[in-house]
Each structure stands twice: as C-alpha cells, then as structure tokens.
Ligand binder design. Structure first.
Ligand SMILES: Nc1ncnc2c1ncn2[C@@H]1O[C@H](COP(=O)(O)OP(=O)(O)OP(=O)(O)O)[C@@H](O)[C@H]1O
Ligand SMILES: [Mg+2]
Length: 499
C-alpha cells in the first residue's frame, strides 16, 4: 500500500464496487470507506476515518457477535453474516456482511476488510426469501418459548434466542453440535438418543408432548415441557424434528413442594382427627366399664362369667387407647419410651392381636424365635405396632393363603449410619404376591398404597419407618414377584448403646 499507483488502482476498484467496503486497522479504527459504504450508512468518509468502527456501524447484535472483531481475533473470514445496522438517520437497514483479514507481507494480521450489502436493495426472489427468513427469525426470537430444530443426525440446525438464554450458550456454540451430547443430562442421553434414532428411521411414533430435563452450560438442570413435530423434505422423507419447549422448572418445584406439604399436613391431620374422634368415646367407655365392674364387685351384679367378659373388654379397650396414643405419637414424631425389651415377647404380643386373623385366612404361621436373644432398648408398644403393620401387610399379600414365618436372631456387623452394630434381627417372611421393583422405593412414602379404597391408606409402612428411625434401627425389604416378601428389622443391643 506504500506504492502510489497501486493504492490508486485499488481505490478505483473500491469506489466502483456496488457494495460497501471498509477496512480497519488492528485497533478497529476505520482506514478506508468507499462510496457505497457512504450511501448505505449515510456517513461521509471524513466523518468515520480513524474512528472505531462500532461507533459508526451500530447494531443490536454487536455485543453478541461482531464479524470484524472475530476476524481480527481469529484471522479467519466470516461469510454472509446478516445483521441489522442503524444508519446515520437512525433507520434500521439489514445488511449482509463478509469479512476477511488483512495481512502484512510477513503474514501478520494488520487489520480486516468488510464488505456489506444493503439487503433492502435486493429485489426479486432472493431478497424476498431473505426478508421472509429474517421475519421468521424475528418471530422465533420474540417467542417466549424455546424453539429448536434438530436434523436427522441429532445436530442442532436452529435455535432461537430464548433457547440460548435458557441453556446459557451462544447460538454459534450450539448450532452444528449434537443436541443430545450438549444439552441432555448424562443419565438420559442413551435413552433419548435411542428414541430419537428410531423416530428418524420412522420406527417410532412421534410423542407430541413430553417433559424432560435439559442441561445448561452451568451444569444446572431445567425441566422443559416439549411439543414436537417431525420435519420432512419435499418427498416426505424425515429430515429432523422441530420442538418448542417451555421451562417449567419453577412450576414443577412448586408442585412438588405443595404435594409434600399437603401430604405432611394431611398425615398430621389424619392422625390428630382419628385420635380425637376415637380417643374420647373410648375413654368414656372405659370409665363406664370400670364403674360397672365396681358395681358388680359391690353388689355381685351377675355371674363370674360376666366379670370375665367385662375384664376382657376392659383390657381390649385399654389396648385400643394405647394404639391410638401411638398414632398420636407418630403425628407428633415423639421420642419413644425406651425400656429393656425382649423382642420375642413383642412378637408374641403382636401375634396375640393379629394371630386370630391370620389363622382365619388360611395362613400357616411359623415362629422361629431364638430364646438366647439379648435385650434391646425399645418402646414395647411401638415395636409391637411395627410388627402388627408388617404382619397385616403380609396377611393382605396372601389372599389365597400361604405361610408366614417370623424369625428372631442375633445379627452382628450391621451397618447403621456410620458404624457397624451388634443387633437383634426380626424377619417377617411371607409367601405372597411380592412387590414390583419400581414400588420398592415408594413403600415408606405416606399414602403410597396399591390397595383399593377402603382397604389401605398407605400409612402402615411410613409409621413403621418413623418408629424404627427413632429407635436408631434399620429396616430392609427383600421381595420377589409371586414368590414373597421379607421385611427385616434390626435393633441395636442394649449393652452396646451404653458404651
Ligand atoms: N408383604 C407385602 N407384600 C406385598 N406388598 C406389600 C407388602 N407390604 C407392603 N406392600 C405394599 O406396600 C404398600 C404400602 O404398604 P402400607 O402398609 O404402607 O400401606 P397399606 O397397607 O396399603 O395401607 P395401610 O397399612 O395404611 O392400611 C401396600 O399397598 C402394598 O402394595
Ligand atoms: Mg399396611
């Protein structure tokens, strides 16, 4: 460019070109500006020379992507970048920009050249198409939902601004990359890729609506509600998919929170209302019975048989109040009333209450109680409640009969929390219907039940879990469908607790 004639020659060419051309130096200052550039931008050459280019060519996307800056930094050209610029009069003009680096004789980057065309000047089909495309792009960007198109290889071919915002990536970081590798959490990748592949091969029906989490740049997951359509070419072959997605993370969190709160509230309410409804009349009956008993003793009301019956009723009722007190305790999450307990005795006491029912149901009961088991510190009533709940479940799992085996034993090296413990173990084994794998994790959730209305409320096992937890014990379930289920309870030995 030092050479006079060469520069003049170049300037002539530049001036005759039907398209804006400007060059910048390394510091992005404008070093030349041709006639078409003046026409498009409305600025005179004198006004812009030596000024930094973005002061002149303002555009809304400059922060997102500036092709000139990119070329200066990377040394690579940018082709056909379409952008809105604001001219001197404040009018917005769509332009198509191509940039390439300017190098010195020793190949160092000394600046960049940009040529740009005013797209509104383009008449004819191409211009109209382009305008349509721009308008569509604008619609996509205005849309409050994520819009993403994926080709048959799973690569992103289009993503709107909302999509970029949610994901935390820039458009150019997503376009051309595999949607599944970039934006789907690791645990779901394989499955979703498989589903998509089958969809593209026409082997799967399109699921028009689904929810799945996506992975953002920061590693956070967002739950998106997707609506999908299949993209086909003019011959009807599947070439990709187009989806719109709404970020429903907040809604989902709120829902989960509400369900949890409702469950807890209704659990407490249920326990409290049952206790109130039943406890007061029971207490009344008890007083009445005692009175009757007293009268009988004083006046010899009837025969000895009557006394016997009355005593039984009294005992039964006392037991009922105790059970209800347990339910109340549970709703208050009260600490158990710990005493040295022989668990064999608790098993016997539980069977006293439900044994009769078991024999009616054609269930063979087998007890394998180790008479050598040491004492444990436990709340007798609460552990009895635990056993009753588990035995009743076993009972209900064997509608056509079967066998129920209750075993007590010493189990050492049991991990509870951090440490390894010496425990007494109780196994309650049935030969019933079993529990499907997918239900195992839900067993201890309040109100999880597979029983028909009226038969179960789904509180038995949550109560069991709460009690065992407060005893610092452990409960395990082992189940096989149509073979049977074993619940195992471990409670720490008494002397161990004392050290
Ligand atoms: N021994 C078992 N065999 C098969 N399924 C079982 C067994 N024990 C529990 N389950 C399953 O676990 C579910 C939850 O049990 P849970 O005792 O908590 O509630 P429930 O028995 O349904 O109702 P509730 O005990 O409150 O009357 C049951 O509905 C049943 O599906
Ligand atoms: Mg139950």
């Amino acid at each position: 460019m030092e050479d006079g004639p060469t520069k003049e020659f170049l300037v002539n060419i530049l001036e005759s070109m039907d398209g804006g051309v400007l060059t910048i130096d390394k510091k992005a200052r404008i070093t030349s500006f041709n006639h078409s550039a003046e026409e498009i931008t409305g600025f005179k050459r004198e006004e812009v020379l030596n000024k930094e280019c973005y002061h002149v060519l303002k555009n809304g996307l400059c922060e997102e992507r500036c092709p000139l800056k990119e070329t200066l930094e990377t040394g690579k050209p940018v082709y056909n970048y379409e952008i809105m610029i604001t001219n001197k009069q404040g009018k917005k003009i769509p332009v198509n920009i191509t940039t390439s680096p300017l190098r010195s004789s020793n190949n160092e980057i000394i600046g960049a050249v940009e040529n740009f065309r005013d797209l509104t000047k383009h008449e004819g089909l191409w211009g109209k198409l382009r305008q349509e495309r721009n308008r569509a792009q604008q619609y996509l960007n205005i849309a409050g939902v994520i819009i993403v198109a994926i080709n048959e290889k799973g690569e992103v071919t289009l993503i709107n601004r909302k999509g970029c915002d949610v994901l935390g990536y820039q458009e150019k970081e997503i376009i051309g990359n595999s949607w599944f590798d970039l934006c789907i959490p690791e645990r779901l990748k394989k499955e979703l890729k498989g589903v998509f592949k089958k969809l593209m091969e026409g082997k799967n029906e399109l699921v028009e609506y689904y929810e799945n989490p996506i992975l953002t740049r920061t590693g956070e997951e967002r739950i998106i509600e997707w609506h999908n359509t299949i993209l086909t070419d003019e011959k009807g072959y599947i070439v990709g998919s187009l989806s719109s997605g709404k970020d429903i993370t907040k809604r989902k969190q709120a829902e989960a929170e509400l369900i949890r709160a409702e469950k807890l509230a209704s659990l407490g309410q249920l326990a409290a209302s049952v206790a109130h409804e039943v406890n007061n009349p029971l207490a009344g009956i008890l007083v009445y019975l005692k009175l009757l008993h007293k009268k009988y003793k004083e006046k010899t009301l009837q025969t000895a048989e009557t006394e016997n019956q009355l005593l039984k009723m009294e005992k039964e009722l006392e037991r009922t109040t105790r059970i209800i007190r347990n339910l109340l305790d549970f709703s208050r999450q009260s600490e158990p009333n710990m005493r040295p307990v022989n668990l064999n005795k608790v098993v016997e006491a539980a069977l006293l209450l439900v044994g009769h029912q078991i024999s009616l149901e054609n269930i063979k009961l087998e007890k394998k109680l180790d008479t050598q088991i040491p004492l444990v510190l436990a709340d007798f009533d609460q552990i009895q409640q635990v056993l009753i709940n588990i035995i009743l479940n076993a009972n209900q799992a064997m509608p056509d009969g079967g066998s129920l085996t209750i075993t007590t034993s010493i189990a050492e090296g049991i991990h509870i929390g951090e440490s390894s413990k010496k425990t007494v173990r109780i196994d309650i084994k049935d030969t019933g219907v079993g529990i499907p794998q997918e239900n195992l994790s839900k067993l201890f959730t309040p109100f999880f039940t597979t029983k028909e209305k009226g038969k179960g409320v789904g509180l038995g096992l949550p109560v069991v879990h709460g009690i065992i937890e407060r005893h610092n014990g452990k409960i395990e379930v082992d189940s096989e469908l149509n073979v049977g289920t074993t619940f195992s309870i471990y409670l720490e030995l008494m002397d161990e607790k004392k050290d």
